[in-house]
Write a protein that binds this ligand. Structure first.
Ligand code: H2U
Ligand code: ZN
Length: 336
């Protein structure tokens, strides 16, 4: 079945996508661009995120040594919301929240992929603390990283963001409903079943340990999309027990170094954590903590997959199979 067009279903969203493996062989005469030379200076006087520098607002960053979190100066969500008047056609709703920026390291030239395990553990601790702190106030906490100019990151300084909202955003609400229905209908947890099936199949597995599975999911839409799932009943970042937490830096680092090695570049992506929305309180039996890695690159450091045409107007489509993508990621040499 893998050589002919077929559709696969994303169990987390319920959406189908089209896989057209035979098209991967077609000639390419589209966009090519010179590789973006990565900047590797440890401190950039013009960077708004480096320690000691001024941000766009004129406020100074402290001389921070490791991770540093500050309120986003241009936050997309604010504690105050437009009241949104009812209208049958022009439907709208209030939206409240807050947004912060998380500097992963003081060194401007670092990336998550190149952080040593102790520095990576500090980033993970910061993610957990932000999830717990903002989760006490808001219905959902979205942690994410846009990496690389190709993904629209505004600065090469290693950083991510957190947006917390008084509503559960669309994708998370879909995942919540799908996981809830699965448990109600089958009595099992959707992502536990996915982990078991992917491990048994093996063809899409990238990294596996007792606590984590990194896999190009059967339903991946982006060429080298990866799903990192917590095993053992973890619903939110801050719920990770010691072993899950201590083993995360290595698996994350190995995954990100595979990405960098694939096309010998600072691999661009959007990644983000999905845990049980905090608004659910303790109603989390159906949820499993996971991270999505959504990289745009297709065949080199510069040739990206465009989600256009059929993808924008009909449904997601891919040529390279998830199995072939996984094989290529597994083939990248990463030590340890
Ligand atoms: P990216 O993750 O897309 O690079 O965005 C970085 C965020 O940093 C962006 O949301 C914020 C921008 O609003 N920022 C500040 O809050 N202050 C600054 O001085 C620069 C950037
Ligand atoms: Zn910097």
């Amino acid at each position: 079945m893998n050589d002919l067009p077929h559709r696969r279903r994303n169990l987390l969203t319920g959406e189908w996508l089209l896989v057209s493996p035979h098209r991967a062989k077609r000639p390419w005469q589209g966009e090519t661009a010179p590789p973006l030379a990565p900047e590797r200076v440890a401190h950039d006087p013009g960077c708004h995120l480096c320690p000691g520098n001024l941000r766009a607002t004129g406020q100074a960053n402290p001389d921070y040594p490791g991770t540093y979190v500050f309120d986003n100066d241009f936050a997309a969500l604010l504690p105050d919301a437009d009241p949104a008047e009812p209208h049958s056609v022009f439907e709208s709703a209030p939206a409240r929240g807050e947004a912060r920026v998380i500097c992963f390291a003081a060194n401007h030239g670092q990336t998550l992929a190149r952080l040593d395990p102790a520095a990576m553990a500090r980033v993970i601790d910061t993610w957990c603390a932000q999830s717990a702190e903002l989760g006490a106030k808001w219905a959902h906490v979205q942690l994410f990283e846009n990496k690389g100019a190709m993904m629209g990151a505004s600065s090469p300084h290693p950083h991510g963001q957190v947006w917390a909202s008084d509503f559960v955003p669309e994708l998370v609400a879909k995942e919540d409903a799908r996981q809830r229905d699965w448990l109600a209908e089958r009595g099992t947890v959707l992502l536990d079943d996915v982990v078991a099936a992917e491990l048994a199949d093996g063809s899409r597995v990238i990294e596996a340990s007792d606590h984590w599975l990194a896999v190009v999911p059967h339903w991946a839409g982006w060429p080298f999309e990866v799903l990192l799932v917590a095993r053992g009943g973890v619903a939110r970042l801050e719920d990770m027990d010691g072993p899950a937490r201590y083993s995360l830096p290595l698996i994350l680092s190995r995954l990100l170094r595979r990405y960098d090695g694939l096309f010998d570049t600072d691999f661009p992506y959007s990644m983000g954590w999905h845990g049980a929305p905090h608004g659910l309180g303790g109603d989390t039996a159906h949820w499993r903590l996971h991270a999505h890695f959504l990289p745009p690159l297709l065949r080199s450091a510069t040739v990206r997959k465009h989600m256009v045409g059929f993808e924008l107007l009909a449904e997601t489509q891919r040529d390279l199979t998830p199995e072939a993508a996984a094989q290529r990621l597994r083939a990248v040499d990463v030590a340890p």
